[in-house]
Structure formats: C-alpha cells, structure tokens
Design a protein around this ligand. Sequence first.
Ligand SMILES: [Zn+2]
Length: 304
Amino acid sequence: MRIDKTIFTVFAMLLGLWGIPVMAQTDDICIQKHIAIQQQNISKNKDLPSMLSIDDSATYSRRLEQEYGIAPASELYGDVWVNRWVNPYKRAGVKLPDTFAVNVSNYCIPVIGRLTSDYGFRRYRMHRGVDLKLTVGDTVRAAFAGRVRLINYERRGYGYYVVMRHTNGLETIYGHLSRFLVKEGDIVKVGDPIALGGNTGRSSGAHLHFEVRFLGLDLNPNEIFDFKTNTIHSDEFVFRSAPYRAGTETYYSNGVSYSVYRVRRGDTLTSIAKKYRTSINNLCRLNKISPKRTLKIGQRIRID
Ligand SMILES: [Zn+2]
C-alpha cells in the first residue's frame, strides 16, 4: 500500500510538471494534501530535470524537504507537523505500521558520556529515554539527519528541550539543555551541534535526557545504540507493532513490546487477570509483586 502511494506520488509529481490535472485516487486525505503541496512546489521550481524516475524520488523528497520545508518522513507521518506537542500523532489518528525497517546506519551518539539512568519503569513512573552524563556546556549533537520540529521549556519535566524529526522515520528528544543552537524548522545534518547540555527542568545533576520515538511511541534507545561502545547494534532497526489490547498502553523494552494496564477503582489482580486472559501468578511474576498485594488506583500493571 505504502509503495503504491509512493509510486502514485511520483506519477502525480510528473503529471503536475506537464500541467495535467491529477485526480487523487486515494482516500487518504493526508497523502492527497501532501501531493498537492509537492505539486505546488514543483511548479515553482525552474531548474527541475524534465523527467524524474522513481529512483530519483528519495533524493527529490530530500530536496523538497530542504528547499520548501516539507516535513521529513511524510510517508509515515502524513502532513502532521506541529510544534505544540511532543506526541501529536495519536490524536491526529496517525497509524503505526505493523513493521517498518528504519535505516540507522548514518548516526551520531548525541553526547559521549556514561549512561546514568536507563530506559524503563522507575517505581510508578516511566522513564521514556536514557540519561547520559555530561558537563554543563557540552555540545549535544543530532543523532540523525532531519529537521527541528519543536523547541520548548518544561519546568517540571524536560527543562529546555528539542524534538527532531529524522529522514529515516524516527524522532529524537534532547532534554535538560542549557542553550539552543538551532531553531524550529532548521534542517540539521547528522552530528550537527543542536544545543549545549545542562541541568534544567526535572533534573538533579547535569545530564542529557535522550529519547528515540517512532510515530510518537517511545522506543528503548538501547535497542539501536550501544552506549558502552558508542556504536549501533545494526544498520537497520526493525519496528514491530505490539498486539492490540483494549484499555492498555503499549511500551517497548529490551526488544519486546508489552501492554500496561492502569489500575482503576474496584480492580483486583483476579479481575485484571480475567479481563486479559492471563493468570494471577503471571501478573505477579511480571510485576514482581505478591498475590496478596493491594493495588493502588493509577498503578501500572504489566499484562504481557
Ligand atoms: Zn531522563
């Protein structure tokens, strides 16, 4: 389906060049809008080669991104490009693909420093990234090539932070910064300095909080990067969707996806086990709790 859309986009671009009106043959509004923007941009572009082959489309997309500000990885994100929320995708109805191979071969470790806090649950709070030790004023670099989507300040959270969208489909977040070196909308090459590290927001001691996200969903950065050797595990990271479980949130950790349920009034381990067709023993093992434990409202319980 995605390939069909790419081919259609390229044909639409070509027809647009010859001034032939293009009828949209897809009901996907995001894609239609995107094609329209591309056509407008192409018609403005004087020195475009008279004929584009499908092989040129990746290069040409990059050029559109750079010259006209089309958002990176729009084949995944549609035209959702907002600078208000870290994750606008769920409410915009952007869907996760079942699988997607992300090319991570052209990477840069944002800051070379010891990993001081890992991705995952800390008591009842999820830590959606990794913490890397730095000294205030150290340079923080772009993990991949892309464009700055959001720059913001959050007193009780990220402090000064940057969110970037990358051409490979990932987004990265850099938190607790002391100074920005880029602005929203800036095109950034891999390894470009984007900010100086700091200790702003909810932070005790200078460090970089670094998150890797895919369509808004936080991934475990350790699945891509090896922070001990400052390399990557593989040139390609394959994203796979977790099976859908109603009423739960999906998380990814240590190569596996899992569902987490938030305890509501009246819930017991028995009722949760019954609802998700699992056993109390299983829930206790996964959550390292005793079967006699009383659940607190809002507590997160791992289901699988
Ligand atoms: Zn952190």
